[in-house]
Every structure is written in C-alpha cells, then in structure tokens.
Design a protein around this ligand. Sequence first.
Ligand SMILES: Cc1cc2nc3c(=O)[nH]c(=O)nc-3n(C[C@H](O)[C@H](O)[C@H](O)COP(=O)(O)OP(=O)(O)OC[C@H]3O[C@@H](n4cnc5c(N)ncnc54)[C@H](O)[C@@H]3O)c2cc1C
Length: 486
Amino acid sequence: MADYDLAIIGGGLNGVSLARDAAGRGLRVILFEQGDLGGAASSATPRLIHGDLSVLERRRFRRVRRALAERRIWLRIAPHLVRPMRFVIPAHSDERPPWLLRAGLYVYDGLTNRGGLPPSATLDITHHPVGNALKRPFGTAFEYSDCVVDDSRLVVLTALDAAEHGAAIRTGARCVRADRTDTWRLAVVDRGHRRTITARALANATGGWTPMVAETVLRQPQPAMAATQMSQIIVPSLFDSENVYVFQNNDGRLIFARPFERDFTLIGTVTHAFTGDPAIVAMPGADVGYLCEAASRYFRERVAPTDVVRTVSGVNPTLASARGRDGTMLFHARRRKAPLLTMFGGDVTTSRLRAEWAVTKLTPFYPMSPPWTAGAALPGGDFAWDRFDTEVDLARDRWRFLSEPEAQRLVGAYGTRLPAVLGEAKTRDELGPVFGPELTGAEVRYLMAREWARFPEDVLWRRSKLGLTMPAADRDALASFMANVM
Ligand SMILES: Cc1cc2nc3c(=O)[nH]c(=O)nc-3n(C[C@H](O)[C@H](O)[C@H](O)COP(=O)(O)OP(=O)(O)OC[C@H]3O[C@@H](n4cnc5c(N)ncnc54)[C@H](O)[C@@H]3O)c2cc1C
C-alpha cells in the first residue's frame, strides 16, 4: 500500500488549498515545499478578494458572479484575514464615461447577494474625505464594496487547517524526482536528508516552476506554457482614508492603491511576459516607473520611484494557448499510470473553489467525503466578519498593554487563536524580548512552533509584514533569537 493517497509538490496557495480540501475529505496527504509556504507568487498577489471589474468589462458575467459568491464565503470563513473595504473609482474625463462606470457597478451589485456589504454609490469627492488625497479636478467618483486579504497569511492558515485535518506539511523539502507506475515514488531532499515516499496520486502545484518540474522531476509531457510576472510597489502612506482607490490608467488598465500595514500604500499591478528562473524575479525599473506615473495622474502628492520602499513580484505560468488568468487544471490518469494533477495560476478569490474541483477529479480513484471547505472557518476565523472591531475590543480588555493598532494587527493575523500567542500575559515584559516596535518573542515562538516559520524573512515578510518597520539591528537580534529557539 502507498504511504499517502495524495502527494503535493508546492506550498503556494494552489498547493495548500489542495492539501486542505483533500485532507478534510479523508485522504492521507503530504505536501512538500522547497522553501517557505507562500514564499513565491502567492505572497505577491494583488491581495484583493473581488469579482474584478476588468473581468466584468470583458462581459464574463458568470466568472464575476462565481468570484463574488466566493467573496461571501471568504468573509465567512476568514473574517480575520479578509476585510471589506469601499473601493473608489474617480471619474476621469479622458477615460471611461461616468455613465458606463455607473452602469457597470449597477450590474456588479446585481450579480451577487452582497451579504451585508453596502451597494455602490456616486460620490461628490470635492466634499468627501476620499477626495482629500486626490488632485483637484476629480469631482465625481463611484464607490463600491469589495475585500482585501492578507495573501501570505491565507496560505499559512490554509496549510495549518490542512495539517489540523491530518495533512503532513514539509517545508524546506524539495522534490527532486518522481517515478510513475501505478503509484508515484517520490525522492525528496527534506532539510538536507534524502527520503523516499510513495503516493497513489501526485499534484504538481509548483507555480512558476511547473514546466521545469514536469520536465526534469516528473519527466511527463506538458502543453506549451508561457510565464507572466506580476508586480506591485509599496510607498509611504499617500492617504489616511480606509478605502481602496481604483484608477483608470491611460492605457485602459485599472490600477489600485490600497492602505497597507498602517503606514504604507500598496500600488499595483503591472504584468508582463517573463522568461528565466522564477526564483530570481525582480521588478524592472520601467514597471516601477509605470506604477508611479499611473498613481501620480490621480494623487495630489507625486509618487516617484525614489519613494518606493519595497517592490513585490511573482511569476506564474499560463498555458501558451490560454488568455487571461483563470488558472489551469490539467488531469491525467491511465491504466497503470497513477493520477497526475497539475494546477497553476488563477486568482486568490477562486483558489478554494478550484481546489475543490481539482480534488473532486480524484473521486473515481478513492472513496472520499463531499466538499466541505466552504463551510468551515480557517484557524482563528470562527467569528462573524462584522464583529472584527468587537474582537479587537475584547483583545484589548484581556491584554491591557496592547495599543489599538497592535490589537488590530494581532486579531487580523490570529483571530480567535490569539490566546495561543499571548497566553495569560499581564504585561508586555512577560512576552519575552521585543524586536522592532511590536514583535515579541512569544509571537515568534508561536510562529515557529505552529506555523512553520524558520527564518526571519518567514516572520517579517509572510507571517507578518513587520519587515517594513524593523530596524536592521533588531533584525539581527531576531535572527539570533530564532537560531536559539531551533
Ligand atoms: C498573469 C497573472 C495574473 C494574476 N493576477 C492575479 C490577480 O489579479 N488576483 C489574484 O488574486 N491573483 C492573481 N494571480 C495569481 C496568483 O499570483 C497565483 O496564481 C496564486 O498565488 C497561486 O500560486 P501557486 O500556488 O500556483 O504558485 P506559487 O505561490 O508560486 O507556489 C509554488 C511553490 O512551489 C514551490 N516549488 C517549486 N518547485 C518545487 C519542488 N521541486 N519541490 C518543492 N516545492 C517546489 C515553490 O517554492 C513555490 O513556493 C495572477 C497570476 C497570473 C499568472
């Protein structure tokens, strides 16, 4: 008998979503990630949970409706990671006419049961706080509801849920060879040790590495693929209102600017074809300039490349024959050839649903229970989304040393699992050393013990974004602390 029912290569959003779905349906699952969970494209997404107005513009109504239905599910199962926001599109005299935007949002509202989110509206932004940060000529804007998400925490908490349903999650474990007969035999270099396991089915969810893994590790034929790089920039905060701006650029694209980690603004996205090694992806200067220019058309304060404090880029493959970013799922099984599932691309919003579809492909091969992930909260997400502020208040009542922004960050990251991080501490001193403004030893220990963090980057850029405000000396202190905990 094989060691596992399903082995998954790749711990990005696609891989962990497969692991969660399959483990909860009773399969014996193991996932191998060569680096950190969400260490590649899955922490470089636009971080939006939305129906996507650019998709609406292409009149793909069914796809928008499906994404909006998923938005409701995310709000229910991950109310700590997914936050509703008002999205604001200023009308621009050179771009889409206001009547078209108004009509589009009317359709957008109608494609979903909004589940308590307010409908779209027209704003006079000369007299509205959202207009304060914008150039003067913008008089009218349209406002609608969508959500933002912490993408890399979504990956980690999905993996945690998979593990709590029995999946084995191995980070720092690179799959170097997979032989296919009526089962799969995988050779893995797992934190320096070579090990071999067998599995009845295999999923290749290696994102930008998909064609390379198919060719050199699995040695299986694959259709022709192309790769796309997607990038965003982070700059010091450009506005203090809690909304996402959607700007129409002069090439017809929609660019967004959203509040990010209290003191910053995230601006994205720009995409272009990519060739090369997905492990070495950097944002070209021309792309930085493009986003700065696009944002400067609207913001009063000019955005210059020298303002950029960090760039974020990821690479994803697309089928050479496909357009857009719907994501691809390929399934192959034959007599005496164990099933192979290949899954890549797709947006964050529909990742849960696509994993559900993919695992369902395996039903002829194993007995398994029905789909379940739409109704089960991710770890820490067992509260109603409109009670987020109440959860923050409760946290501040219990741990009186927490400031409001700190409590917001902690509830946003851990939800109802926060007691497992802070325990019975009465003072900050009881939480161990402090790195930077607010990262405590207790939080770092929790992340290492429960969320597979091994290195400072895992904590500073994926489990949190505290790298943005962490002084270099504290980063070194954190590295020593983590080396001693290991
Ligand atoms: C053109 C384009 C536009 C997009 N636009 C959006 C958008 O608007 N909104 C949105 O939400 N999303 C968008 N995305 C999607 C998003 O970036 C990703 O598709 C999503 O995060 C899923 O990533 P993944 O898990 O497939 O890959 P990744 O996150 O890259 O994960 C793959 C993992 O596999 C691991 N790996 C590779 N080889 C091995 C090996 N041999 N052994 C072990 N591990 C290995 C890597 O280390 C990596 O962590 C877009 C994607 C594309 C292509």
